[in-house]
Design a protein around this ligand. Structure first.
Ligand code: UDP
Ligand code: MG
Length: 317
């Protein structure tokens, strides 16, 4: 059995060597009774530090180390897709380069895979995370799960094992705007969730600024169905009904008592509310059109500058 481990790396120079070592420790021959055949596929997502140099050096020393290097930073989604496409294992594990996803879990994942599960998902608790972040995340998942069709669970991320069947399903989805959390859930197959203690980053720093998180959150909302569009429609409808009733009441009042004080307050209220709702609706429309724009171009998800994966005339989209 061949196990592929896929590791997206973006400016991970500070940890990359430790990650390679830990993985080799866990998966290598000395790791215990059973050693797997494995390949480590590092996807260098256009790092500007010496991540790639360190990967090359590791690859020279150990034939199990493979790398795929992008021509620039294409984002983690693209890096994961590349990893899946370049992998040739019977199953593949996706994990972060910063050791927040403990490699020690991999043998347990493989055991479950051997028992016939197609997705073995590692779920973290939020121990040690900032309170504010935890709260925001909880609120976000509450809202999102009402709106999107697929189920998304807090604490479940990209750290998971996928069987070849699941990998093929994921790579067969060629949409440009990939939201993996949703895609994993969308493909289904037999799932097993195992839990682990939240880990803090070993070194280096997180690449997720608030802005990036916000945009990721919006992606999650928009990329699965057209319910947000439907919500705009319903809001518009409600507003029209409301305005109608309001106009009728005011009209009757005018007919009965004549025009009273200049209706400054009500006018401003109406303008603000209607304006706000219209802007939101146009924004939602814009989000979808923006996505259609990117899909229609049909550009590749990433461009590879260099790789040592053998026979990698592989699909590059
Ligand atoms: N990553 C990537 N491309 C990016 C940003 C991040 O490949 O544009 C990788 C990064 O190297 C790491 C993983 O995605 O292996 C998770 O990133 P990070 O640890 O910064 O996120 P966090 O754990 O803070 O959510
Ligand atoms: Mg991290």
């Amino acid at each position: 059995m061949l196990l592929s481990v896929i590791i997206p790396c973006f400016n991970e120079s500070a940890v990359i060597e430790a990650t390679v070592d830990r993985l080799r420790e866990v998966l290598g021959e000395d790791a215990g009774k059973r050693a797997y055949e494995y390949e480590l596929i590092f996807v260098d997502d256009g790092s500007s530090d010496d991540t790639l140099e360190k990967l090359r050096r590791a690859a020279d020393k150990d034939a199990c180390v493979r790398f795929v290097s992008f021509s620039r930073n294409f984002g983690k989604e693209a890096a994961m897709l590349a990893g899946l496409q370049y992998s040739s294992g019977d199953c593949a594990v996706i994990m972060d380069a910063d050791l927040q996803h403990p490699p020690e879990l991999i043998p347990e994942m493989v055991t479950w895979f051997e028992q016939g599960y197609d997705q073995v998902i590692a779920k973290r608790n939020r121990k040690g995370d900032k309170k504010r972040a935890t709260l925001m995340a909880r609120l976000y998942y509450r809202i999102v799960n009402h709106i999107v069709d697929v189920k998304m669970v807090d604490g479940i991320g990209d750290f998971r094992l996928l069987s070849r069947k699941a990998v093929n399903a994921l790579t067969s989805m060629q949409e440009y705007n990939r939201f993996s959390k949703g895609l994993f859930s969308w493909i289904g197959f037999k799932e097993k969730i195992i839990e682990y203690e939240n880990q803090q980053r070993v070194a280096g720093e997180t690449k997720w600024s608030f802005k990036r998180l916000l945009s990721y959150g919006i992606d999650g909302l928009i990329s699965f169905n057209n319910k947000p569009l439907r919500i705009c429609f319903v809001m518009g409808g409600l507003l029209v009904i409301f305005s109608f009733v309001y106009i009728l009441i005011t009209l009757i009042q005018i007919l009965m008592h004549g025009v009273d004080v200049p209706g400054y307050f009500t006018t401003i209220c109406a303008i603000l509310i209607i304006g706000g709702v219209q802007l939101i609706s146009v924004g939602v429309l814009g989000e979808y059109i923006g996505r259609i724009y990117y899909e229609v171009k049909g550009r590749p998800h990433y461009l590879v500058q260099d790789t040592n994966v053998p026979g990698s005339g592989n699909s590059e989209d």
